[in-house]
Unconditional design. Structure first.
Lengths: 142, 155
């Protein structure tokens, strides 16, 4: 594993920006800023006419590191330790599970908890527990 | 105009992911690694991400939802379901395993595309396949026998 520094201030500030984006999206479109739902609905079947807006939101997500590089002069640190087979399995599970459970860290974790939704609380506790258990097994049962 | 605003909102979200450290899978995995607490390798930062995000969203939502309607839409699309079904546990359990394996959840994975690494593209391609599969299975008529339908207003 690669050690990472404890960054409470930057993390809180970044979290506040994520929250700001969620509030702005609710103000602008009246919808929950749930990335899994937004990304999944870029694919058919199409149930509404929000495709262009969803694509624009995702384009903004993708453009963020490019803007960060332009502003700060270098890309932020990103370390992806997983190899290709793990990335494929993890990607499939992440995409399937997030859609099956109607949300991910943003839709349930950020927006759902902020709405005091019991369903989102159950979802958040479950994916946190599953994530913790998975990392524990990978790193400490060898 | 609405499209441009949504691009800008995505950009703010993505910058938040980068500033907070969520865009770095190594940091996410070190947060999930509570087994690293005795060795001092546990990175508690992501708890602060959640705290910052929920604090702003909690206050912001309560104000925005008092408005008559959103700026670019006719009404608010806020989920109303309160029941706990099997899906709301099974889905997040599967998602959590994927999250713990690679350290990517959907938002940071999409932002990772902008870093230009091949790993991010592989993960996002598989993630999209998983999303399409979940929607496909969920909409099969035979699925109605063993699962409740998803709430379209949830994400």
């Amino acid at each position: 594993m690669i050690a990472t520094p404890f960054t409470p201030m930057a993390s809180f500030l970044g979290g506040a920006l994520i929250g700001l984006a969620a509030v702005l999206l609710m103000w602008a479109t009246g919808r929950i800023a749930g990335v899994s739902g937004i990304a999944a609905r870029l694919f058919p079947p199409y149930e509404d006419r929000e495709f262009a807006g969803r694509l624009a939101f995702v384009a903004g997500l993708v453009a963020a590191p490019i803007l960060a590089r332009f502003v700060s002069g270098s890309l932020p640190v990103q370390t992806i330790a997983a190899g290709t087979p793990v990335l494929i399995v993890a990607g499939l599970l992440t995409g399937f599970g997030a859609v099956w459970g109607s949300g991910c860290t943003s839709g349930h974790g950020v927006c759902g908890l902020s709405r005091l939704s019991l369903r989102s609380l159950v979802a958040t506790i479950t994916f946190m527990a599953a994530g913790i258990a998975t990392v524990f097994m990978v790193r400490h049962w060898g | 105009m609405a499209i441009l605003i949504q691009f800008a909102i995505g950009l703010v979200f993505g910058i938040g992911l980068i500033v907070s450290g969520m865009s770095n899978p190594a940091k996410v995995l070190n947060f999930l690694d509570v087994g690293g607490i005795p060795a001092g390798t546990w990175d508690a930062s992501l708890a602060f991400v959640m705290a910052g995000a929920v604090a702003v969203t909690f206050i912001g939502f309560s104000r925005v939802l008092k408005l008559a309607r959103p700026f670019f839409a006719d009404r608010f699309y806020v989920p109303a379901r309160k029941d706990i079904d099997l899906r709301i546990v099974v889905g997040p359990a599967i998602f959590g395993i994927g999250w713990g394996l690679a350290g990517f959840c959907p938002g940071p994975a999409l932002t990772a595309l902008g870093f230009g690494s091949a790993s991010a593209f592989i993960f996002v391609a598989a993630m999209c396949a998983g999303m399409v599969l979940a929607r496909f299975i969920g909409q099969l008529p035979s699925s109605a026998h063993f699962v409740t339908p998803a709430d379209p207003l949830e994400t």
